[in-house]
Design a binder for this molecule. Structure first.
Ligand SMILES: Nc1nc2c(c(=O)[nH]1)N[C@H]1C(S)=C(S)[C@@H](COP(=O)(O)OP(=O)(O)OC[C@H]3O[C@@H](n4cnc5c(=O)[nH]c(N)nc54)[C@H](O)[C@@H]3O)O[C@H]1N2
Ligand SMILES: Nc1nc2c(c(=O)[nH]1)N[C@H]1C(S)=C(S)[C@@H](COP(=O)(O)OP(=O)(O)OC[C@H]3O[C@@H](n4cnc5c(=O)[nH]c(N)nc54)[C@H](O)[C@@H]3O)O[C@H]1N2
Ligand SMILES: [Mo]
Length: 790
């Protein structure tokens, strides 16, 4: 058992973290759990923003930047989540977490050469992740010196040459892997994949391999598109909204506006989640200052269904079964015209639903038949239904099947290709969707490669490349020797932290293009580079003037983003410039005009307009006041599927009930005060938690059954698919309202529990919402904490 004990060590260093210390700020005070009764957003959010602005001393620049954010062309796109901007020209649809995100990038602190001279890499590796990022913005390129164990300054030219030399020395281009975190703008994305493919590999893992790979695969199989078909206007006209497996108040806060408006117009809003999250109660719409002043909350939910972990598919199938039963007496229960004209496989699906007994649907969903019927009733009474989802649906073994079941349910009543209806995944990073559109795909379609070859005069490789899980395994086998990270924090974001860290350390060269210092810089290959880049808020000055980049939101809208701040350091380069520099050094004879592209991003867009489907006339359309929407054939009921119709799927219902009574299904999620691996504080306001990240939330009865008292310390042991066991010790157990058999805690701390074998066979996504754990009292006394009165 190589990794059994590994969970207790920080991935980069030797010293165990202090008990109760997570990856956030070290000990900020007594841990507290309270019941949270306030509406989401509103003054709580305003206070939290003030706190962050004060911490970052950003009072002057912060507000000015925020008023420039998400505006019609002229501002920069919020580097936070991928929720779309309001198309009615709303000028202040901003949110607490977007503001935190922007100020984090605009910090006055700097991680310059002095920092690296003062602290060896081994020493930095013992710091918390919070402390690493808290050193501020990176200022110049740095190279690792193994003799001194320090990062030392290097010129850009020498850095690019090092990358080029190492890549050219490989026996096979597939010995390099090119990771993307979903913040990269479209133009840089296009250059990045062009570099990888011209070099000769499709090894393009990205963060989407960990979030919506399942959604993309399911929607492609069902509808011939990897994306949702609904846009914000549809959110504004739906009669019924199903919100599944997303913590919107923290992770897509601007959805609160849409939910509050939906409630006000009388729409039904059903939240499906083991936890009743803040967005499933009440909100004060963030931009509605009058409501804020009057403290007037709006409800954001009409029904909450607390499914068991992974129980969504059974709920959906139950809804379908109910609608089909209803159709025996009610001719309007199904949209027969739509089914006959636009779908394929209905009869098989009907037979499957009819054959599934209610008892099984109840057991697998964790809901009573009455509750499932309530959901079905909301669905059949609505003319227009939209179903939205995020990681609670996708990060499971059967994520693909569940997303297909979402489509099945929508098809029954023709909820596709018309106003107010359709599937609508909530994407993660601000441009994760644009990354895929612009070519970050380890399994590129032949048609995509044909167009790329034609437009760019290259001969791209045709065989599939490595994704995130595949890259980690290949690093271990010595098959991937060079790793390039375009943003992100691969070591902390990926599962099985010690295993991933070991893989990174085996590389010949690791290159991190980043704005801030993180774990992936201190856990590195034999040779290592840190290449600091401009952030999205910053002015990008190139030879032919100030440049803009474009991004695509969750709902396929593409618009320009223009930075307005002075760069954090005069030595920073833009992401397109860094990519072009590395590409030229790798491919000295390349006919691709790398240097010309960097002078003027319009030239990149000109090439993209012929290389990418849907980007015709890119330069003109992206400058329209609200940008443009990428054409969405499925929305027009044109389906690029084998039958040229929307495909029903007939996957068997998975068994999600852990056979063993002692086993809980643990989900790893975000707190309110973090952005993926970036942790702002140890608080999780909407869940009523302060000063604590090393926790596990459990059902009170499950705690009693294990002799665990609230607030006490427990040990957590996870059993992987391959039988290996990983542990985390001395975590605090807190009682929380959720179904029995479920548990919850925070990523990235809990990534040590997710084994290398624990990924879905359907999507290759790590099972981040489905970790089989046993929890036992640790026998160590806990220091006192404040608990809610029972
Ligand atoms: N402020 C902030 N915003 C973010 C991010 C951030 O870290 N901070 N991250 C961004 C990224 S990259 C992404 S992908 C998104 C992630 O957005 P979310 O999907 O909201 O992310 P999580 O915090 O993982 O929350 C998962 C939610 O799914 C629920 N859940 C867990 N298991 C199940 C299940 O089996 N069924 C159902 N129905 N629900 C379940 C959990 O209770 C929780 O509410 O947010 C993006 N936005
Ligand atoms: N257990 C568990 N693990 C998870 C998840 C989970 O739910 N549970 N969720 C998964 C998901 S959905 C995702 S998307 C991944 C996230 O994985 P990543 O995208 O790899 O991680 P982030 O934490 O978003 O990356 C933060 C770093 O990005 C860099 N950065 C910030 N802005 C910029 C910029 O403008 N340019 C560049 N070049 N760099 C920048 C900074 O250096 C910062 O330290 O994590 C995954 N991991
Ligand atoms: Mo994500």
């Amino acid at each position: 058992m190589t990794t059994a004990e590994a969970g207790q060590n920080p991935p980069g260093g030797a010293d165990a973290p202090p008990p109760e210390g997570g990856q956030g700020p070290a000990d900020e005070g007594t841990p507290v759990q309270r019941h949270y009764h306030h509406p989401a957003a509103g003054w709580g959010a305003a206070k939290s923003v003030t706190h962050v602005l004060a911490k970052e001393r950003a009072f002057v620049d912060g507000p000015r930047a925020i008023f420039k954010m998400n505006h019609e062309n002229g501002g920069f796109d919020c580097p936070g989540c991928a929720w779309p901007d309001d198309t009615k020209g709303l000028k202040l649809d901003i949110c607490e977490n977007g503001i935190k995100h922007v100020t984090w990038e605009m910090t006055p602190k700097r991680a310059g050469r002095e920092l690296f001279a003062r602290h060896s890499v081994s020493e930095l590796a013992t710091w918390t992740d919070f402390a690493l990022e808290d050193t501020g913005r990176l200022t110049e390129p740095m190279v690792y010196n193994p003799e001194t164990d320090h990062y030392e300054p290097i010129t850009w030219k020498a850095a690019f040459e090092l990358v080029g030399r190492e890549l050219r020395a490989l026996d096979d281009p597939n010995e390099a892997s090119f990771y993307t975190s979903g913040r990269l703008g479209n133009e840089a994305t296009f250059l990045y994949q062009l570099w990888a493919r011209e070099f000769g590999t499709n090894n393009l893992p990205d963060c989407s391999n960990m979030c919506h790979e399942a959604s993309g695969r399911a929607l492609t199989a069902a509808l011939g598109t990897g994306k949702g078909t609904a846009d914000l206007a549809d959110w504004e006209s739906a009669d019924a909204l199903f919100i599944m497996g997303v913590n919107a108040a923290s992770n897509a806060p601007r959805m609160l506006t849409a939910l509050a408006e939906a409630y006000d117009r009388g729409a039904q809003i059903v939240h499906v989640n083991p936890l009743v999250e803040a967005a499933a109660t009440r909100t004060i719409v963030p931009h509605d200052f009058l409501d804020m002043a009057l403290f007037k909350p709006t409800r954001t939910s009409t029904l909450n269904l607390q499914v068991r972990a992974g129980g969504d598919m059974a709920l959906l199938r139950g809804m379908a079964k109910a609608v089909l039963e209803e159709s025996a007496t009610d001719p309007n229960a199904l949209d027969r015209v739509f089914i006959d004209r636009h779908t394929h496989g209905f009869e098989e699906y009907r037979a499957l639903c009819e054959a599934t007994p209610w008892e099984e649907l109840e057991r697998q969903s964790g809901l009573s038949r009455q509750d499932i019927l309530k959901a079905a009733q909301v669905y059949s009474r609505a003319d227009r239904t939209l179903i939205s989802w995020c990681l609670g649906v996708s990060q499971h073994e059967h994520g693909v099947d569940t997303v297909r079941e979402i489509v099945n349910v929508l098809l029954l009543r023709g909820n596709l290709g018309r106003e107010g209806a359709g599937p609508s995944p909530v994407r993660g990073h601000s441009n994760v969707q644009g990354n895929r559109t612009c070519g970050i795909d380890h399994r590129p379609a032949p048609e995509f490669l044909d167009m790329l070859a034609e437009a760019c005069g290259i001969d791209p490789p045709r065989e599939h490349g490595l994704d995130t899980v595949g890259t980690i395994a290949a690093m271990h086998e010595g098959k991937v020797k060079v790793f390039v990270g375009m943003g992100g924090n691969f070591v902390m974001a990926a599962p099985d932290t010690p295993y991933t860290a070991e893989g990174m350390r085996k590389c010949e060269l690791t290159v991190q293009v980043s704005t801030k210092l993180n774990r992936s810089h201190v856990v590195h290959g034999r040779k290592a580079l840190i290449l600091p880049c401009l952030g999205r808020t910053e002015k990008d000055h190139q030879r032919r003037g100030i440049q803009s980049t474009s991004v695509e939101d969750s709902m396929s809208m593409v618009h320009l983003s223009v930075g307005m701040k002075r760069p954090a350091s005069p030595h920073l380069l833009s992401e397109p410039a860094i990519i072009a520099g590395m590409a030229r050094a790798t491919l000295p004879d390349s006919a691709t005009p790398w240097e010309k592209y960097v002078e003027d991003y319009d030239r990149i867009r000109d090439t993209m307009s012929v290389a990418l489907d849907g980007f015709e006339d890119f330069n003109r359309r992206v400058r329209l006041p609200l940008g443009f929407r990428i054409k969405q054939p499925a929305r027009e009921l044109i389906f690029f599927t084998p039958s040229q119709r929307a495909e029903f799927s007939t996957a068997p219902l998975p068994d999600v009930v852990p056979g063993d009574e002692e086993v809980l299904i643990l989900q790893t999620m975000r707190s309110h005060d973090q952005w993926n691996t970036t942790i702002y504080s140890d608080d999780d306001r909407y869940r009523g938690i302060k000063n604590l990240r090393t926790l596990i939330l459990m059902n009170a009865a499950d705690m009693r059954a294990r002799g665990i008292s609230p607030g006490s310390l427990v040990d957590i042991a996870a059993t992987s698919k391959d039988g290996s066991i990983r542990t985390l010790n001395e975590y605090r157990a807190l009682a929380y309202d959720m179904p029995r058999g479920c548990a919850a805690g925070y990523m990235p701390e809990m990534n040590v529990l997710i084994g290398k074998a624990d990924y879905s066979t359907q999507s290759d996504q790590p099972l981040m919402k489905n970790v089989r754990v046993k929890v036992t009292p640790s026998g160590v006394p806990a220091r006192p904490m404040v608990l809610p009165a029972s």
